[in-house]
Design a protein around this ligand. Structure first.
Ligand code: FAD
Length: 445
């Protein structure tokens, strides 16, 4: 078959590689000057940075993890790290997840957190159902103390909204519940580990996270066309046309609001649903520093409080690979989410760095490089209407003969490993279409 894949992020190139290996003639159409999307990295002198905040290679799925590591050059091409993440809580370093670090708070805060947690635990035991909005879910699940001391300020910083306007179902499966014994142990000073699925992660030695994309494209056996904006997708007979070229199958991975106007036949109500899918955007500040001593062995840290500046997370990026920064230097990624327009200027950059200095993360006078990158589509804003809206959109696409997947191509809150997993599932679907010779509705688990 002749297959068009719209968008050359990891979703698009992973699927292209899999389909090309079956002998299909695959073309990836990518708007940017090179593939990678959110997985891109860039260089400034001897510094390498990821463009969309700190990315790590990990997966709960062994097959996917092995596939990703192979694309990064395997053991020889990657650095393996034991995760060490903390919350900068006032002047303390509290281990993450927060419930497992509660013993590191002040005594007053420990009492607040534990009293609230016990109350919430009893409420849940009494059968009070899981609230449908995120704000109430935090209270229901963690209690008022954990909410006040971390969950609410941190999440308000990321999502920039009243948390009661957000749905809770996306987080319910994402945040594993710590056993109550662990929380009590932690409160009295016995360290507990917390959930383990990211306890070890990998990162490419050279070239940043984008190395995984390059390793997917190289030898992939497909045609990659960069600098191409997909402007017109239409049906023709039993096939399709993309920007005027004929294909047997079209797979979209481009963020839906960016591509909706190109699809000629989307019904008006589905268009309206797509236009209402709002992203949360991300400014990623890439900071290089001169070091008088090595950086602490941290992976990343969370900054929940407004007085720490607008940054919600800082990645200790030169700890991921020694090649991310030149000798005698270190590097950080500071993530700042926003809605709509935010155009950083020199004063804004200085103020963010100043706040990181006040929070004890870095010495502003040691900064030798500060650049930023805006990512319009970074996080999925899941308001209370999101679930119904996206299920109507997916249903239309899945029955249409067009396929759509990817973080914003399907609006699934997926990391790159889950994008690869989806690519594998879509690949299986395409195999059955090719074998039977008839299009069929896409069914994803
Ligand atoms: C802050 C942050 C941290 C993350 N951390 C991790 C992590 O630690 N580990 C991990 O595995 N994942 C992580 N992720 C998730 C990961 O970045 C995404 O899951 C993945 O990159 C999504 O890939 P994609 O191909 O689906 O989408 P994208 O990367 O968005 O690709 C879409 C592509 O479509 C192109 N495009 C747009 N419009 C058009 C058009 N009209 N025509 C043609 N092409 C077009 C874009 O240029 C882009 O290349 C993180 C994401 C964020 C935001």
């Amino acid at each position: 078959m002749k297959i068009a894949i719209l968008g050359g992020g990891i979703s698009g190139v992973a699927l292209a590689r899999l389909c090309a290996a079956d002998g299909h003639a695959v073309t990836v159409l990518e708007q940017g000057e090179r593939p990678g999307g959110l997985c891109k990295s860039r260089r400034y002198g001897e510094f390498t940075f990821d463009e969309a905040g700190g990315h790590i290679v990990f997966s709960k799925d062994k097959k996917v993890l092995d596939w990703q590591l192979a694309r990064c050059g395997g053991d020889a091409g990657t650095v393996r790290t034991v995760r060490n993440t903390k919350i900068r809580w006032k002047d303390r370093w509290v281990p993450y997840p927060f419930e497992n670090g509660v013993g590191h708070l002040t005594k007053d805060a420990i009492v607040d957190c534990m009293a609230g947690y016990i109350e919430a635990y009893a409420t849940r035991r009494a059968g009070v159902p899981c609230p449908t909005n995120f704000g109430d879910w935090i209270d229901w699940r963690m209690g008022a103390g954990f909410a006040r001391h971390f969950m609410v300020p941190y999440n308000e910083k990321i999502w920039k909204c009243d948390l009661r306007t957000m749905a809770s179902d996306w987080v319910a499966g994402r945040v594993p519940e710590a056993p109550i014994e662990d929380i009590v142990k932690s409160a009295i000073g016995i360290d507990t580990e917390g959930y383990g699925h990211q306890s070890v992660f990998w990162f490419p030695k050279h070239g940043g996270f984008e190395t995984m994309v390059r390793g997917t494209v190289e030898g992939g056996g497909f045609r990659l066309q960069c600098g191409i904006t997909v402007e017109r997708v239409e049906r023709q007979g039993t096939g399709f046309r993309v920007n005027g070229e004929a294909f047997d199958l079209v797979v979209n991975t481009v963020p839906l609001p960016r591509i909706e106007s190109a699809f000629a036949e989307i019904p008006a109500d589905i268009r309206q649903d797509i236009r209402a899918l709002r992203p949360i955007s991300l400014i990623n500040l890439m900071i290089g520093v001169k070091l008088s001593e090595p950086l602490p062995p941290l992976s990343w840290i969370y900054l929940p409080f407004p007085e720490q500046g607008p940054t919600n997370r800082v990645t200790y990026f030169s700890n991921y690979s020694p090649h991310n920064a030149p000798a005698g230097h270190g590097s950080f990624l500071a993530e700042v989410t926003h809605r709509g327009e935010l155009k950083p200027d020199a004063a804004w950059v200085r103020s963010v760095i100043g706040a990181l200095g006040t929070a004890g993360i870095l010495h502003p006078e040691h900064v030798v490089l500060a650049e930023w990158c805006n990512n319009e589509f970074a996080y999925i804003y899941q308001d209370l209407a999101f679930k119904d809206r996206i299920s109507r959109v997916r249903k239309w696409f899945d029955a249409s003969g067009y396929l759509t997947f990817g973080r914003f191509g399907r609006y699934e809150y997926h990391n790159s490993d889950q994008c690869v997993q989806r690519a594998m599932q879509v690949h299986e679907h395409i195999r059955t279409v090719a074998r039977d010779g008839t299009p069929k509705p896409l069914q994803l688990p």
